[in-house]
Design a protein around this ligand. Structure first.
Ligand code: MN
Length: 401
C-alpha cells in the first residue's frame, strides 16, 4: 500500500528502495532512495531523525558504517513515509523525477577486490586461451580466486571509459609493442559493498556476511585483454584492469533480496570449514548486457559456484581487515548457454567468432570507440514483484595516446 502513484510493474516498488547519491538543481550530493520513477531526497526528508546526521556526507559511508540495526530502522521509516497517507504532504516535496537527476558514486570506495567465481566463465577463459583444455585451475574449487584491484579508478556509471594504452604482445609476435589496447572488453559482474568494517586479525565468519555487507550493485570490470595477457606473467591483473571499473548508482540492500535467495549449487570437493555456510547466499539475479542498445547476453547469477558470503570469509580469513566502503565483485557472470556469456572474450570466442549486434548487420570481436555497454539486472521480490538494480553504463572514448 502506498499513497504514491506507482506503476504496477515497477522494478522500484516499496520492497526494493535502493540507496544512492544524486544531485538535482539546488540539491547537491544528497542521499536518495529510488522509488518508482522518482527519487526521495533522504538527506532532506530525514533532517529531524536521529539517523539524519548520517546522511549529509555526500556519500553513503556513514550510513553504511552504522550497522544492520540502523539500516533496518532507516528502511522501516522510509517505508512508513511512503506508505502511510498521513506522511504524504511532508514527503512529497522531497521527491524528484529520477530521469532528471545526476547520479554519483554511492560510496567512497575503500578497497576493491574482484573475484573469478563463475565456473562457466573460468572454463570458457581456459578454453579460449589454451584452445581446447577445458579444466579450471587446480585451486579453483578449493578457494574463491580473486585479486586486489584499484579502488581509486572505480567510476560512476556514465563516466566515459578511455581506451587504455600499454604494452601488448600477441602470441605470434616476437617482440612486445606499445600502444592503445586493441582488445578492449567488458565483464558483467555483481558488486557487494561492505558497511561494517573489522579489526586486523579478525576474520569474518561466513555466516556473518549480512552483518557486514550492506548492499548489492552492478559492476563493469573493463578489461584490456592484450595488456592483461602480456602482463599476467606470473602475477595477476594490473594495468589491463586498473584504468576503470564502473559501478551502478543504486545499492540494493540485502533486506530487499530475501526472495531472491536460492539454494547454492553443490560444491565438490566440500570446501574447508571456514567456507561452509549454514545458509545460502546464492542470489537469483537475471543480468542483461546491451551493446549500443542491442541485447547480446542474459547471464544468470544464481549458478555462481562461490557466493558473496564465501568470498567475504575468504578475503578476510588471513586476518585482513575490512573498511566501510570496501567493494568486491563476483567475477564475470556467465551461464552455460552462448547467450549467457558475460564478456566479449567469451561472446566472440577470443575474436574468432564475431558477435552480431542484433540485426544491425554490425559485428564485434572486441569493443570499438563509441561503443556503449549497459548492464542491468533484476531479481525476484515478494508476491511476484521484481526488484530492479538499474544499470551500469559506459561508453568507450578514443585513446589519448
Ligand atoms: Mn572481473
Amino acid at each position: 500500500m502506498t499513497w504514491l502513484d506507482l506503476p504496477a510493474d515497477t522494478l522500484f516498488g516499496l520492497d526494493n528502495l535502493p540507496y544512492g547519491v544524486f544531485s538535482h538543481g539546488e540539491r547537491t550530493r544528497r542521499a536518495g532512495v529510488a522509488v518508482g520513477d522518482q527519487v526521495l531526497d533522504l538527506s532532506a526528508a530525514a533532517e529531524e531523525e536521529s539517523f539524519g546526521r548520517l546522511l549529509g556526507a555526500g556519500v553513503l559511508n556513514p550510513l553504511l558504517a552504522a550497522g544492520p540495526e540502523t539500516w533496518a530502522d532507516v528502511r522501516a521509516r522510509v517505508r512508513e513515509w511512503l506508505s502511510e497517507p498521513r506522511h504524504a504532504d511532508r514527503i512529497r516535496p522531497h521527491l524528484v523525477p529520477r530521469n532528471e537527476i545526476t547520479s554519483h558514486l554511492p560510496v567512497e570506495v575503500a578497497d576493491y577486490v574482484d573475484f573469478y567465481s563463475s565456473e562457466q566463465h573460468a572454463l570458457n577463459a581456459s578454453r579460449v586461451f589454451s584452445g581446447g583444455d577445458d579444466l579450471v585451475p587446480p585451486n579453483w574449487k578449493h578457494l574463491p580466486i580473486g585479486y586486489h584491484g584499484r579502488a581509486g579508478t572505480v567510476v560512476a556509471s556514465g563516466t566515459p571509459v578511455i581506451r587504455p594504452a600499454g604494452q601488448r604482445k600477441p602470441r605470434q609476435a616476437t617482440e612486445p609493442s606499445f600502444g592503445s589496447s586493441r582488445l578492449l572488453d567488458f565483464e558483467a559482474e555483481v558488486g557487494f559493498v561492505v558497511g561494517v568494517g573489522t579489526e586486523l586479525g579478525a576474520p569474518v565468519p561466513v555466516d556473518e556476511f549480512p552483518r557486514h555487507v550492506f548492499g548489492v550493485c552492478l559492476v563493469n570490470d573493463w578489461s584490456a585483454r592484450d595488456l592483461q595477457g602480456w602482463e599476467m606473467q606470473p602475477l595477476g591483473p594490473f594495468l589491463g584492469k586498473s584504468f576503470a571499473t564502473s559501478m551502478s548508482p543504486w545499492l540494493v540492500p540485502l533486506a530487499a533480496l530475501e526472495h531472491a535467495r536460492v539454494p547454492q549449487p553443490a560444491q565438490d570437493p566440500e570446501p574447508f570449514e571456514y567456507l561452509r555456510a549454514a545458509e545460502s547466499w546464492s542470489l537469483d539475479l537475471a543480468l542483461e548486457i546491451r551493446i549500443n542498445g542491442h541485447l547480446v547476453s542474459s547471464p544468470p547469477f544464481a549458478t555462481q559456484y562461490w557466493t558473496a558470503a564465501q568470498q567475504l570469509a575468504h578475503l578476510t580469513v588471513n586476518g585482513a581487515s575490512l573498511r566501510t566502503g570496501d567493494l568486491y565483485a563476483s567475477g564475470t557472470v556467465t551461464g552455460p548457454a552462448k547467450d549467457q556469456r558475460g564478456s566479449l572474450l567469451e561472446l566472440s570466442w577470443g575474436g574468432r567468432e564475431p558477435l552480431a549486434l542484433g540485426d544491425s548487420g554490425e559485428t564485434r570481436k572486441f569493443l570499438e570507440d563509441g561503443d556503449e555497454v549497459v548492464i542491468s539486472a533484476s531479481a525476484p521480490g515478494p508476491a511476484g514483484a521484481r526488484i530492479g538494480f538499474g544499470e551500469v553504463r559506459g561508453t568507450v572514448a578514443p585513446a589519448v595516446v
